[in-house]
Design a protein around this ligand. Sequence first.
Ligand code: SF4
Length: 481
Amino acid sequence: MSAVLERVLLPRLGFAAAWREAARGLLLRRVPPEQVDWQRADDSPGLPLFGANADTPVIGDEEFRMPRVLLGLIEDVLCANVPDRFSLPYRAVWRAQAERHLLGDESDPDMARVRVLSKLVHRDAHKMKAFVRFCEEASHGDRRAFAAWFEPDHFIVEATAPFFARRFGDVDWRIETPSGCAVCTNGALRFSAETQKPAALADPTEDLWRTYYTNIFNPARLKVKAMQSEMPKKYWKNLPEAGLIPGLVASAEQRVIAMRGAEATLPAARSLRMEPYQQPAAMAGDVAPDRRDLEQQILDCTRCLLHCNATQAVRGEGPDRAAIMVVGEQPGDQEDLAGSPFVGPAGRELDAAFAAAGLDRASTFVTNAVKHFKHSMRGKRRIHERPGISEIVACKWWLEQEVALVRPRIIVALGATASLAVIGNGTAITARQGQIEQSLFGPPVIVTGHPAAILRMPEAAHADRLRHELAGALRTASRAV
Ligand code: SF4
Protein backbone atom coordinates (compact mmCIF):
# COMPACT_ATOMS: atom_id res chain seq x y z
CA MET A 1 0.00 0.00 0.00
CA SER A 2 1.35 3.49 -0.91
CA ALA A 3 2.23 5.77 1.99
CA VAL A 4 0.11 8.90 2.43
CA LEU A 5 2.20 11.80 1.17
CA GLU A 6 -0.34 14.60 1.07
CA ARG A 7 -2.57 15.75 3.87
CA VAL A 8 -5.25 18.21 2.79
CA LEU A 9 -7.06 20.06 5.50
CA LEU A 10 -10.35 21.64 4.44
CA PRO A 11 -12.16 24.43 6.25
CA ARG A 12 -15.55 23.90 7.81
CA LEU A 13 -17.12 26.63 5.68
CA GLY A 14 -16.30 27.04 2.02
CA PHE A 15 -15.14 23.42 1.91
CA ALA A 16 -16.41 22.85 -1.64
CA ALA A 17 -14.34 25.69 -3.12
CA ALA A 18 -11.33 24.66 -1.05
CA TRP A 19 -11.71 21.05 -2.16
CA ARG A 20 -11.89 22.09 -5.83
CA GLU A 21 -8.74 24.16 -5.50
CA ALA A 22 -6.88 21.41 -3.64
CA ALA A 23 -8.06 18.68 -6.03
CA ARG A 24 -6.93 20.71 -9.02
CA GLY A 25 -3.47 21.19 -7.49
CA LEU A 26 -3.22 17.49 -6.70
CA LEU A 27 -4.29 16.49 -10.20
CA LEU A 28 -1.76 18.85 -11.71
CA ARG A 29 0.94 17.26 -9.61
CA ARG A 30 -0.46 13.82 -10.44
CA VAL A 31 -0.85 12.78 -6.84
CA PRO A 32 -2.83 9.50 -6.84
CA PRO A 33 -5.88 9.23 -4.54
CA GLU A 34 -4.29 6.65 -2.25
CA GLN A 35 -1.55 9.15 -1.37
CA VAL A 36 -3.95 11.84 -0.18
CA ASP A 37 -5.36 12.15 3.30
CA TRP A 38 -8.39 14.47 3.26
CA GLN A 39 -9.39 15.98 6.57
CA ARG A 40 -11.73 18.62 7.81
CA ALA A 41 -10.19 21.43 9.87
CA ASP A 42 -12.17 20.75 13.02
CA ASP A 43 -11.35 17.03 12.84
CA SER A 44 -7.61 17.76 12.95
CA PRO A 45 -6.89 21.00 14.82
CA GLY A 46 -3.37 22.28 14.49
CA LEU A 47 -2.59 20.86 11.04
CA PRO A 48 -1.61 23.35 8.31
CA LEU A 49 -4.05 23.94 5.45
CA PHE A 50 -3.20 21.88 2.33
CA GLY A 51 -0.81 19.58 4.08
CA ALA A 52 2.82 18.74 4.10
CA ASN A 53 3.87 18.40 0.48
CA ALA A 54 2.07 21.29 -1.15
CA ASP A 55 5.38 22.42 -2.66
CA THR A 56 5.71 19.29 -4.82
CA PRO A 57 6.57 20.60 -8.32
CA VAL A 58 3.74 20.86 -10.84
CA ILE A 59 4.14 18.45 -13.74
CA GLY A 60 2.92 20.00 -16.97
CA ASP A 61 0.23 22.66 -17.16
CA GLU A 62 -2.59 20.83 -18.86
CA GLU A 63 -6.24 21.51 -18.25
CA PHE A 64 -8.46 18.71 -17.00
CA ARG A 65 -11.48 17.52 -18.88
CA MET A 66 -14.38 16.52 -16.73
CA PRO A 67 -17.97 15.70 -17.66
CA ARG A 68 -20.23 18.39 -16.21
CA VAL A 69 -22.60 15.79 -14.88
CA LEU A 70 -19.76 14.30 -12.86
CA LEU A 71 -18.86 17.73 -11.49
CA GLY A 72 -22.48 18.19 -10.41
CA LEU A 73 -22.50 14.82 -8.67
CA ILE A 74 -19.23 15.62 -6.95
CA GLU A 75 -20.56 18.91 -5.60
CA ASP A 76 -23.31 16.86 -3.95
CA VAL A 77 -20.97 14.23 -2.52
CA LEU A 78 -18.81 16.94 -0.92
CA CYS A 79 -21.85 17.85 1.18
CA ALA A 80 -22.55 14.28 2.30
CA ASN A 81 -22.08 13.47 5.95
CA VAL A 82 -19.86 10.42 5.35
CA PRO A 83 -16.17 9.79 6.08
CA ASP A 84 -15.17 9.56 2.39
CA ARG A 85 -16.96 12.74 1.28
CA PHE A 86 -13.66 14.28 0.09
CA SER A 87 -11.65 11.18 -0.89
CA LEU A 88 -14.37 9.54 -3.02
CA PRO A 89 -14.84 12.59 -5.33
CA TYR A 90 -11.08 12.88 -5.76
CA ARG A 91 -10.83 9.21 -6.67
CA ALA A 92 -13.67 9.70 -9.17
CA VAL A 93 -12.08 12.72 -10.87
CA TRP A 94 -8.70 10.99 -10.86
CA ARG A 95 -10.14 7.93 -12.56
CA ALA A 96 -12.21 10.03 -14.98
CA GLN A 97 -8.94 11.34 -16.48
CA ALA A 98 -8.06 7.88 -17.78
CA GLU A 99 -11.44 6.09 -17.92
CA ARG A 100 -13.56 7.89 -20.50
CA HIS A 101 -16.67 5.84 -19.86
CA LEU A 102 -16.51 5.90 -16.08
CA LEU A 103 -19.58 8.12 -15.71
CA GLY A 104 -21.78 5.77 -17.70
CA ASP A 105 -20.56 2.62 -15.96
CA GLU A 106 -23.55 1.66 -13.83
CA SER A 107 -21.69 -1.25 -12.22
CA ASP A 108 -18.67 0.72 -11.04
CA PRO A 109 -18.72 0.76 -7.20
CA ASP A 110 -17.28 4.29 -6.93
CA MET A 111 -19.83 5.74 -9.33
CA ALA A 112 -22.64 3.79 -7.72
CA ARG A 113 -21.70 5.30 -4.35
CA VAL A 114 -21.37 8.78 -5.86
CA ARG A 115 -24.91 8.49 -7.23
CA VAL A 116 -26.34 7.19 -3.97
CA LEU A 117 -24.73 9.99 -1.97
CA SER A 118 -25.83 12.60 -4.51
CA LYS A 119 -29.38 11.37 -4.14
CA LEU A 120 -29.22 11.49 -0.34
CA VAL A 121 -27.87 15.04 -0.39
CA HIS A 122 -30.53 16.13 -2.88
CA ARG A 123 -33.23 14.62 -0.74
CA ASP A 124 -31.87 16.39 2.33
CA ALA A 125 -31.75 19.73 0.45
CA HIS A 126 -35.30 19.16 -0.76
CA LYS A 127 -36.45 18.52 2.81
CA MET A 128 -34.69 21.68 3.94
CA LYS A 129 -36.55 23.70 1.31
CA ALA A 130 -39.82 22.10 2.40
CA PHE A 131 -39.47 22.02 6.18
CA VAL A 132 -37.65 25.17 7.23
CA ARG A 133 -40.22 27.14 9.25
CA PHE A 134 -39.36 30.77 9.87
CA CYS A 135 -40.61 32.72 12.87
CA GLU A 136 -40.57 36.48 12.93
CA GLU A 137 -38.18 38.02 15.42
CA ALA A 138 -37.42 41.56 16.53
CA SER A 139 -35.97 43.61 13.69
CA HIS A 140 -33.21 46.17 14.17
CA GLY A 141 -33.88 48.03 10.92
CA ASP A 142 -36.60 48.72 8.35
CA ARG A 143 -36.78 45.17 7.09
CA ARG A 144 -38.66 42.38 8.81
CA ALA A 145 -36.44 39.68 10.31
CA PHE A 146 -37.06 35.94 10.57
CA ALA A 147 -35.22 33.03 12.15
CA ALA A 148 -35.44 29.27 11.73
CA TRP A 149 -33.82 26.20 13.21
CA PHE A 150 -33.18 23.20 10.97
CA GLU A 151 -31.27 19.96 11.51
CA PRO A 152 -30.07 18.56 8.17
CA ASP A 153 -28.45 15.15 7.86
CA HIS A 154 -25.74 16.48 5.56
CA PHE A 155 -23.63 19.62 5.14
CA ILE A 156 -26.09 21.28 2.80
CA VAL A 157 -26.56 24.72 4.31
CA GLU A 158 -24.12 26.57 2.05
CA ALA A 159 -25.41 24.83 -1.08
CA THR A 160 -29.10 25.30 -0.24
CA ALA A 161 -29.16 28.78 1.33
CA PRO A 162 -29.11 30.59 -2.09
CA PHE A 163 -32.57 29.10 -2.73
CA PHE A 164 -33.89 30.95 0.35
CA ALA A 165 -32.01 34.11 -0.62
CA ARG A 166 -33.78 34.12 -4.00
CA ARG A 167 -37.16 33.33 -2.53
CA PHE A 168 -37.08 35.62 0.51
CA GLY A 169 -35.00 38.50 -0.81
CA ASP A 170 -37.35 41.14 0.64
CA VAL A 171 -36.76 40.26 4.30
CA ASP A 172 -33.76 39.51 6.49
CA TRP A 173 -33.47 35.96 7.75
CA ARG A 174 -31.17 33.46 9.36
CA ILE A 175 -31.25 29.67 9.31
CA GLU A 176 -29.42 28.14 12.22
CA THR A 177 -28.28 24.52 12.07
CA PRO A 178 -26.08 22.43 14.37
CA SER A 179 -23.14 22.80 11.97
CA GLY A 180 -23.38 26.48 11.09
CA CYS A 181 -25.67 29.23 10.14
CA ALA A 182 -26.75 31.09 6.98
CA VAL A 183 -27.61 34.75 7.40
CA CYS A 184 -29.18 36.98 4.76
CA THR A 185 -29.15 40.69 5.50
CA ASN A 186 -30.27 43.25 2.89
CA GLY A 187 -30.06 40.51 0.28
CA ALA A 188 -26.41 39.66 1.09
CA LEU A 189 -25.85 36.05 2.08
CA ARG A 190 -23.10 35.03 4.51
CA PHE A 191 -22.27 31.95 6.51
CA SER A 192 -20.94 31.47 9.97
CA ALA A 193 -19.59 28.45 11.82
CA GLU A 194 -21.08 29.91 14.99
CA THR A 195 -24.61 28.82 15.58
CA GLN A 196 -27.26 29.82 18.03
CA LYS A 197 -30.58 28.03 18.19
CA PRO A 198 -33.29 30.71 18.12
CA ALA A 199 -35.19 31.00 21.37
CA ALA A 200 -38.78 29.74 21.16
CA LEU A 201 -40.49 32.48 19.20
CA ALA A 202 -44.20 33.11 19.27
CA ASP A 203 -45.30 33.64 15.71
CA PRO A 204 -48.95 34.74 15.47
CA THR A 205 -49.27 33.21 11.96
CA GLU A 206 -48.63 29.71 13.32
CA ASP A 207 -52.21 29.36 14.53
CA LEU A 208 -53.44 30.39 11.12
CA TRP A 209 -51.15 27.84 9.50
CA ARG A 210 -52.39 25.08 11.84
CA THR A 211 -56.00 25.94 10.99
CA TYR A 212 -55.19 25.84 7.30
CA TYR A 213 -53.34 22.53 7.66
CA THR A 214 -56.26 20.97 9.54
CA ASN A 215 -58.64 22.06 6.80
CA ILE A 216 -56.61 20.77 3.88
CA PHE A 217 -55.95 17.43 5.59
CA ASN A 218 -58.09 14.98 3.64
CA PRO A 219 -58.74 11.85 5.74
CA ALA A 220 -59.97 9.95 2.66
CA ARG A 221 -56.56 10.34 1.04
CA LEU A 222 -54.51 9.42 4.10
CA LYS A 223 -51.62 7.03 3.47
CA VAL A 224 -49.61 6.98 6.65
CA LYS A 225 -46.50 5.31 5.19
CA ALA A 226 -46.36 7.65 2.20
CA MET A 227 -46.87 10.63 4.48
CA GLN A 228 -44.07 9.55 6.82
CA SER A 229 -41.75 8.92 3.90
CA GLU A 230 -42.45 12.41 2.56
CA MET A 231 -42.39 14.04 6.00
CA PRO A 232 -40.09 11.85 8.15
CA LYS A 233 -40.69 12.03 11.89
CA LYS A 234 -37.23 13.45 12.60
CA TYR A 235 -38.42 16.80 11.14
CA TRP A 236 -41.58 16.92 13.18
CA LYS A 237 -40.14 18.56 16.25
CA ASN A 238 -39.54 21.78 14.33
CA LEU A 239 -42.83 21.82 12.42
CA PRO A 240 -45.73 23.67 14.05
CA GLU A 241 -48.31 21.48 12.28
CA ALA A 242 -46.68 18.22 13.41
CA GLY A 243 -48.49 18.29 16.76
CA LEU A 244 -51.80 18.00 14.90
CA ILE A 245 -50.84 14.94 12.85
CA PRO A 246 -51.37 12.14 15.43
CA GLY A 247 -54.86 13.45 16.21
CA LEU A 248 -55.74 13.87 12.54
CA VAL A 249 -54.49 10.36 11.74
CA ALA A 250 -56.35 8.85 14.71
CA SER A 251 -59.64 10.49 13.73
CA ALA A 252 -59.27 9.88 9.97
CA GLU A 253 -61.26 6.65 9.85
CA GLN A 254 -64.19 8.13 11.78
CA ARG A 255 -64.19 11.21 9.57
CA VAL A 256 -64.23 9.07 6.40
CA ILE A 257 -67.21 7.10 7.77
CA ALA A 258 -68.97 10.37 8.56
CA MET A 259 -68.18 11.72 5.09
CA ARG A 260 -69.59 8.56 3.46
CA GLY A 261 -72.76 8.79 5.52
CA ALA A 262 -73.29 12.49 4.81
CA GLU A 263 -75.74 13.73 2.17
CA ALA A 264 -74.22 14.34 -1.23
CA THR A 265 -73.69 18.02 -1.90
CA LEU A 266 -75.13 19.62 -5.03
CA PRO A 267 -72.80 21.28 -7.51
CA ALA A 268 -72.79 25.06 -7.46
CA ALA A 269 -75.15 26.73 -9.93
CA ARG A 270 -72.14 28.05 -11.86
CA SER A 271 -70.88 24.47 -12.39
CA LEU A 272 -74.23 23.47 -13.86
CA ARG A 273 -74.08 26.38 -16.29
CA MET A 274 -70.61 25.21 -17.38
CA GLU A 275 -71.63 21.61 -18.02
CA PRO A 276 -72.42 21.99 -21.73
CA TYR A 277 -68.93 23.35 -22.31
CA GLN A 278 -67.13 20.64 -20.44
CA GLN A 279 -64.95 18.01 -22.05
CA PRO A 280 -66.05 14.60 -23.19
CA ALA A 281 -66.10 11.86 -20.60
CA ALA A 282 -62.82 10.36 -19.51
CA MET A 283 -61.23 7.80 -21.76
CA ALA A 284 -62.22 4.29 -20.70
CA GLY A 285 -59.82 2.74 -18.25
CA ASP A 286 -57.99 6.00 -17.56
CA VAL A 287 -57.61 7.11 -13.98
CA ALA A 288 -56.64 10.76 -13.54
CA PRO A 289 -53.72 11.12 -11.14
CA ASP A 290 -54.01 13.28 -8.04
CA ARG A 291 -52.54 16.65 -8.93
CA ARG A 292 -50.74 17.29 -5.67
CA ASP A 293 -49.22 13.80 -5.66
CA LEU A 294 -48.16 14.21 -9.25
CA GLU A 295 -46.57 17.62 -8.67
CA GLN A 296 -44.67 16.36 -5.65
CA GLN A 297 -43.45 13.31 -7.56
CA ILE A 298 -42.18 15.56 -10.35
CA LEU A 299 -40.37 17.74 -7.80
CA ASP A 300 -38.71 14.63 -6.33
CA CYS A 301 -37.91 13.05 -9.69
CA THR A 302 -34.44 11.62 -10.30
CA ARG A 303 -35.29 9.52 -13.36
CA CYS A 304 -32.47 11.17 -15.32
CA LEU A 305 -29.40 13.19 -14.39
CA LEU A 306 -30.90 16.58 -15.30
CA HIS A 307 -32.13 17.02 -11.73
CA CYS A 308 -28.50 17.18 -10.54
CA ASN A 309 -27.75 20.65 -11.91
CA ALA A 310 -31.15 22.33 -11.99
CA THR A 311 -32.65 24.39 -9.19
CA GLN A 312 -35.96 22.59 -9.28
CA ALA A 313 -38.32 20.72 -11.54
CA VAL A 314 -40.78 23.00 -13.32
CA ARG A 315 -44.26 21.51 -13.38
CA GLY A 316 -47.03 22.41 -15.75
CA GLU A 317 -49.38 25.22 -14.78
CA GLY A 318 -53.01 25.76 -15.62
CA PRO A 319 -56.47 24.52 -14.76
CA ASP A 320 -56.97 20.83 -13.99
CA ARG A 321 -59.36 20.49 -16.90
CA ALA A 322 -57.96 22.79 -19.57
CA ALA A 323 -59.21 22.11 -23.08
CA ILE A 324 -55.86 23.14 -24.58
CA MET A 325 -52.47 21.94 -23.42
CA VAL A 326 -49.37 23.76 -24.66
CA VAL A 327 -46.13 21.75 -24.49
CA GLY A 328 -42.72 23.42 -24.80
CA GLU A 329 -39.24 21.95 -24.73
CA GLN A 330 -37.83 22.47 -21.22
CA PRO A 331 -37.56 25.27 -18.63
CA GLY A 332 -35.03 28.01 -19.32
CA ASP A 333 -32.83 29.91 -16.92
CA GLN A 334 -35.60 32.12 -15.52
CA GLU A 335 -38.15 29.30 -15.39
CA ASP A 336 -35.67 27.16 -13.47
CA LEU A 337 -35.33 29.88 -10.83
CA ALA A 338 -39.02 30.77 -10.70
CA GLY A 339 -40.37 27.22 -10.81
CA SER A 340 -42.97 28.22 -13.44
CA PRO A 341 -43.03 27.48 -17.18
CA PHE A 342 -42.61 30.20 -19.81
CA VAL A 343 -41.87 33.20 -17.60
CA GLY A 344 -38.69 34.35 -19.39
CA PRO A 345 -38.16 35.98 -22.79
CA ALA A 346 -39.65 32.99 -24.69
CA GLY A 347 -42.61 33.15 -22.30
CA ARG A 348 -43.17 36.77 -23.26
CA GLU A 349 -43.26 35.76 -26.94
CA LEU A 350 -45.74 33.05 -26.05
CA ASP A 351 -47.89 35.55 -24.11
CA ALA A 352 -47.88 37.86 -27.13
CA ALA A 353 -48.97 34.95 -29.34
CA PHE A 354 -51.79 34.10 -26.92
CA ALA A 355 -52.92 37.73 -27.07
CA ALA A 356 -52.71 37.79 -30.89
CA ALA A 357 -54.77 34.58 -31.03
CA GLY A 358 -57.38 36.04 -28.67
CA LEU A 359 -56.81 33.18 -26.26
CA ASP A 360 -56.45 33.51 -22.48
CA ARG A 361 -53.25 31.76 -21.36
CA ALA A 362 -54.79 31.18 -17.92
CA SER A 363 -57.42 28.93 -19.51
CA THR A 364 -54.77 26.60 -20.97
CA PHE A 365 -52.37 24.17 -19.33
CA VAL A 366 -48.78 25.14 -20.15
CA THR A 367 -46.00 22.65 -19.57
CA ASN A 368 -42.74 21.29 -21.00
CA ALA A 369 -41.64 17.96 -22.43
CA VAL A 370 -38.68 17.93 -20.01
CA LYS A 371 -39.13 19.27 -16.50
CA HIS A 372 -35.56 20.15 -15.50
CA PHE A 373 -33.36 22.84 -17.06
CA LYS A 374 -30.49 21.33 -19.06
CA HIS A 375 -27.62 23.75 -19.39
CA SER A 376 -23.87 24.16 -19.39
CA MET A 377 -21.88 26.85 -17.62
CA ARG A 378 -20.05 29.52 -19.61
CA GLY A 379 -18.34 31.62 -17.00
CA LYS A 380 -21.17 32.50 -14.66
CA ARG A 381 -23.83 32.15 -17.37
CA ARG A 382 -26.02 29.10 -17.69
CA ILE A 383 -26.35 28.29 -21.36
CA HIS A 384 -29.37 26.29 -22.54
CA GLU A 385 -28.65 22.84 -23.95
CA ARG A 386 -31.13 20.81 -25.89
CA PRO A 387 -32.32 17.74 -23.97
CA GLY A 388 -31.13 14.39 -25.29
CA ILE A 389 -33.39 11.58 -26.42
CA SER A 390 -32.86 9.60 -23.20
CA GLU A 391 -33.94 12.62 -21.13
CA ILE A 392 -36.99 13.23 -23.31
CA VAL A 393 -37.96 9.57 -23.01
CA ALA A 394 -37.37 9.55 -19.22
CA CYS A 395 -39.48 12.68 -18.75
CA LYS A 396 -42.29 11.55 -21.07
CA TRP A 397 -43.59 9.64 -18.07
CA TRP A 398 -44.54 12.95 -16.42
CA LEU A 399 -45.98 14.47 -19.57
CA GLU A 400 -48.21 11.46 -19.97
CA GLN A 401 -49.36 11.86 -16.35
CA GLU A 402 -50.12 15.54 -16.95
CA VAL A 403 -52.16 14.65 -20.04
CA ALA A 404 -54.03 12.03 -18.00
CA LEU A 405 -54.69 14.68 -15.33
CA VAL A 406 -55.80 17.50 -17.63
CA ARG A 407 -57.41 15.43 -20.44
CA PRO A 408 -56.97 18.23 -22.98
CA ARG A 409 -59.01 18.16 -26.14
CA ILE A 410 -56.08 19.37 -28.18
CA ILE A 411 -52.33 19.78 -27.63
CA VAL A 412 -50.09 22.45 -29.14
CA ALA A 413 -46.52 21.14 -29.45
CA LEU A 414 -43.94 23.93 -29.53
CA GLY A 415 -40.83 22.81 -31.40
CA ALA A 416 -39.17 19.52 -32.30
CA THR A 417 -38.54 18.30 -28.74
CA ALA A 418 -42.19 18.73 -27.77
CA SER A 419 -43.22 17.08 -31.03
CA LEU A 420 -40.93 14.13 -30.32
CA ALA A 421 -42.33 13.71 -26.82
CA VAL A 422 -45.98 14.13 -27.77
CA ILE A 423 -46.11 12.51 -31.20
CA GLY A 424 -42.93 10.43 -31.34
CA ASN A 425 -41.80 12.46 -34.36
CA GLY A 426 -38.98 14.97 -33.84
CA THR A 427 -38.37 15.82 -37.50
CA ALA A 428 -38.08 19.45 -38.67
CA ILE A 429 -41.08 21.58 -37.79
CA THR A 430 -40.94 23.83 -40.87
CA ALA A 431 -42.60 21.24 -43.13
CA ARG A 432 -45.18 20.28 -40.50
CA GLN A 433 -46.00 23.78 -39.25
CA GLY A 434 -49.68 24.11 -38.34
CA GLN A 435 -50.50 20.50 -39.23
CA ILE A 436 -52.78 18.49 -37.00
CA GLU A 437 -51.23 15.15 -36.09
CA GLN A 438 -52.09 12.33 -33.70
CA SER A 439 -50.44 12.30 -30.26
CA LEU A 440 -49.21 9.21 -28.46
CA PHE A 441 -51.58 10.08 -25.62
CA GLY A 442 -54.87 10.34 -27.51
CA PRO A 443 -55.75 13.98 -28.25
CA PRO A 444 -54.81 15.55 -31.60
CA VAL A 445 -51.75 17.81 -31.76
CA ILE A 446 -50.97 21.00 -33.65
CA VAL A 447 -47.27 21.33 -34.38
CA THR A 448 -45.61 24.73 -34.48
CA GLY A 449 -42.27 26.39 -33.74
CA HIS A 450 -40.97 27.13 -30.26
CA PRO A 451 -41.19 30.83 -29.23
CA ALA A 452 -37.45 30.77 -28.38
CA ALA A 453 -36.80 30.32 -32.13
CA ILE A 454 -38.32 33.78 -32.67
CA LEU A 455 -35.73 35.27 -30.32
CA ARG A 456 -32.89 33.57 -32.18
CA MET A 457 -34.03 34.76 -35.61
CA PRO A 458 -31.62 37.48 -36.87
CA GLU A 459 -33.99 38.83 -39.54
CA ALA A 460 -36.99 40.77 -38.27
CA ALA A 461 -39.14 39.56 -41.20
CA HIS A 462 -38.43 35.91 -40.36
CA ALA A 463 -39.13 36.51 -36.69
CA ASP A 464 -42.48 38.08 -37.61
CA ARG A 465 -43.34 35.07 -39.75
CA LEU A 466 -42.67 32.72 -36.81
CA ARG A 467 -44.77 34.95 -34.52
CA HIS A 468 -47.58 34.81 -37.03
CA GLU A 469 -47.35 31.00 -37.28
CA LEU A 470 -47.30 30.56 -33.50
CA ALA A 471 -50.36 32.78 -33.03
CA GLY A 472 -52.04 30.93 -35.92
CA ALA A 473 -51.48 27.55 -34.26
CA LEU A 474 -52.97 28.82 -31.00
CA ARG A 475 -55.92 30.31 -32.87
CA THR A 476 -56.52 26.97 -34.64
CA ALA A 477 -56.43 25.17 -31.29
CA SER A 478 -58.86 27.68 -29.83
CA ARG A 479 -61.28 27.22 -32.71
CA ALA A 480 -60.96 23.43 -32.55
CA VAL A 481 -62.21 23.32 -28.96
FE1 SF4 B 1 -37.16 13.55 -13.88
FE2 SF4 B 1 -37.74 14.84 -16.13
FE3 SF4 B 1 -36.19 15.96 -14.31
FE4 SF4 B 1 -35.27 13.93 -15.75
S1 SF4 B 1 -35.85 15.96 -16.50
S2 SF4 B 1 -35.06 14.21 -13.53
S3 SF4 B 1 -37.11 12.68 -15.95
S4 SF4 B 1 -38.33 15.45 -14.06
